[in-house]
Design a binder for this molecule. Structure first.
Ligand SMILES: Nc1ncnc2c1ncn2[C@@H]1O[C@H](COP(=O)(O)OP(=O)(O)O)[C@@H](O)[C@H]1O
Ligand SMILES: N[C@@H](CC(=O)OP(=O)(O)O)C(=O)O
Length: 358
């Protein structure tokens, strides 16, 4: 039994693989699917809410995506009709933030519809579960937190779908508060999955373009290596300091999280009790400078930086010019991993011990 979450890159660029993985997991046991909006769509919806984006571009993008994957585009028409109504009725919302959140929620609603239809095309039964019915939030528009106690009472909405032999497809990133839609913060679909994992008592599989958590962003540091086990404390600090592979709130929700790549389905990292004791180099941009932090160490050889602690996890941070972020990342990564980190001493991925199964 597993909650599987597909990120924006996976649903936009690797939909057949995501659907096939879901089918394999479903063959092995119960599955709940959580999807993000197609990559780039949440930003486009933000533009739409601000009057800076055209609706027809979004309609075209989704219709084309549906068609490419054998899904009849007209299934999306009622959702676009609803979005048009929302855009025309801005004054009905109590505040601008409530309007924006409602508009943003359409990205996940559209991708869930396409995903559910794609599952049906493979002969599987699937049903969308309304996320605002399932996850009750604190009403903090744009960055809402889920009330776990209250939401626990709604898990039956997922169980009913499973009992009917159907795969529940839950649009991520969205919850509800007093009849209004609230979003859970950018990147918040991980959080949706983790909350569902916690409420159901199931493990969570986060599937994205990367196989797991690396010693640094693998798109920036070619020598970065996968870390098989990352403790919740380490993951929390790393995501808070800018590590993009996993949302901070997803870690806090407390479920055991497996991270896997969409192309090979290998589980590269497990986030839970265990730690591999390997540092993670993370970064975030802050205006004209960038802050590089190394999580899991109390010093960086050759750099004068003060150690800080959070939840028993040490880390050091260094501010560098933004324009030189790339070269600093490589230098710092190699300084902290070079001596202590013999790649051969660690399995390159936890997949050797753990396979993706429900
Ligand atoms: N330490 C890290 N380990 C793994 N990925 C990282 C790390 N730091 C940043 N990232 C970034 O996190 C992103 C997560 O994958 P992505 O495919 O963008 O997610 P999604 O499927 O949700 O769109 C990758 O683009 C990767 O470059
Ligand atoms: N679509 C939302 C939520 C999300 O989690 O997306 P992704 O899984 O693509 O990071 C966002 O862009 O913020």
């Amino acid at each position: 039994m597993i909650v599987v979450k597909f990120g924006g890159s996976s649903v936009r660029f690797e939909l057949p693989s995501a659907v096939e993985l879901t089918e394999r997991l479903w063959d092995a046991g119960d599955v709940v699917v959580v999807v993000s909006a197609l990559k780039g769509v949440t930003d486009a919806l933000l533009g739409l809410a601000r009057g800076e984006e055209r609706l027809d571009r979004l309609v075209g993008l989704h219709r084309e995506h549906a068609e490419r994957h054998g899904v009849e585009p007209s299934v999306l028409s009622p959702i676009f009709g609803e979005l048009e109504g929302v855009l025309a009725g801005r004054e009905k919302f109590p505040c601008g933030e409530a309007f924006t959140d409602r508009v943003l929620s359409f990205g996940e609603l559209l991708s869930a519809r396409i995903f559910a239809e794609a599952l049906k095309r493979r002969g599987l039964s699937a049903r969308i579960v309304e996320p605002w019915e399932l996850l009750v939030t604190d009403g903090n528009f744009g960055d809402a937190s889920v009330d776990l106690k209250v939401s626990a009472g709604n898990v039956s909405l997922v169980e009913e779908v499973l009992d009917a032999g159907e795969i529940p497809v839950v649009p991520g990133f969205v919850g509800g508060f007093n009849g209004m839609v609230t979003t859970l913060g950018r990147g918040g679909s991980d959080y949706t999955a983790s909350v569902l994992g916690r409420l159901l008592g199931w493990r969570v599989l986060i599937v994205s373009h990367v196989d797991g958590i690396y010693t640094a962003d693998p798109h920036r540091v070619v020598s970065a290596r996968l870390i098989p086990f990352v403790s919740r404390g380490e993951a929390l600090v790393a995501s808070r300091l800018g590590m993009k592979a996993l949302h901070e709130k997803a870690v806090s929700a407390g479920a055991e999280i497996l991270l896997a790549g969409i192309r090979n389905w290998n589980v590269g990292t497990v986030v839970g009790e265990r730690s591999s004791g390997i540092p993670v180099v993370v970064h975030r941009v802050d205006g004209e400078s960038a802050v590089i932090s190394v999580v899991g160490v109390d010093s960086v050889p050759g750099w004068d930086a003060r150690v800080r602690w959070e939840g028993g996890v040490p880390y050091v941070s260094l501010r560098v010019p933004r324009a030189r972020l790339g070269s600093y990342l490589v230098r710092i990564h190699d300084a902290v991993t070079g001596g202590l980190f013999d790649v051969r001493a660690f399995p390159s991925r936890a997949g050797g011990e753990l396979s993706v199964s429900a």
